[in-house]
Design a protein around this ligand. Sequence first.
Ligand code: HEC
Ligand code: HEC
Ligand code: HEC
Length: 120
Amino acid sequence: MRVFLRVVLISIAAIVIASSVAFSSNDQNKGAENIEMEGGKRGKVPFPHRQHQERLVDCQTCHSVFPQKAGSIEELKSQGKLKKKHVMNKLCTKCHKETKKAGKKTGPTTCAKCHIKGKS
Ligand code: HEC
Ligand code: HEC
Ligand code: HEC
């Protein structure tokens, strides 16, 4: 039993080390430069992905909420694992309002500046 446990622990440690090495590599997939997000009835939302990566640096600011995979937000919403408008309210608009308040250059905070009417 002891030997078995030790083998299991060593295997787990090996996996953790291997994955942290993989994540810290520089040729990480950064995804698309610009993304057009689904915005429901209000219309699509153009999102300058690369600009945010360069400005914010930490990928986890957004990707702790949804994985680095195209369509992941809509997928999670349809599975009921992510509330509708959660990304909009708790990430996009929240940050833009906070940075605006701090007097810094930021993104839109009003509906029509993010959502493109007639494009849904
Ligand atoms: C300000 C928020 C935000 C930050 C910061 C961010 N991303 Fe994303 N990322 C998104 C959104 C939104 C999507 C689209 C998800 C969807 O389609 O549902 C996405 C999608 C992706 C995808 C898959 C889709 C594609 O474009 O091919 C990859 C890969 C990705 N991001 C990598 C990264 C990496 C690496 C970083 C950090 C260097 C990062 N992202 C930082 C918001 C962000
Ligand atoms: C900073 C950009 C931004 C602003 C400002 C913004 N939205 Fe959004 N909105 C998004 C994004 C991104 C999504 C898709 C992700 C999500 O559902 O959280 C979205 C999704 C939505 C959805 C669809 C939700 C669903 O799944 O059915 C509606 C409806 C909506 N927004 C309405 C509004 C209204 C009304 C306003 C103004 C009060 C507004 N939005 C302002 C970016 C924005
Ligand atoms: C943690 C902060 C943060 C989050 C989260 C964030 N943004 Fe931004 N956004 C910024 C800042 C800062 C700028 C200004 C960047 C610059 O001018 O270089 C910006 C700029 C923008 C712009 C204007 C780009 C331009 O140059 O005209 C759009 C559009 C935008 N954001 C959309 C979004 C959407 C949609 C989301 C959610 C998926 C989002 N942002 C999430 C901080 C954030």
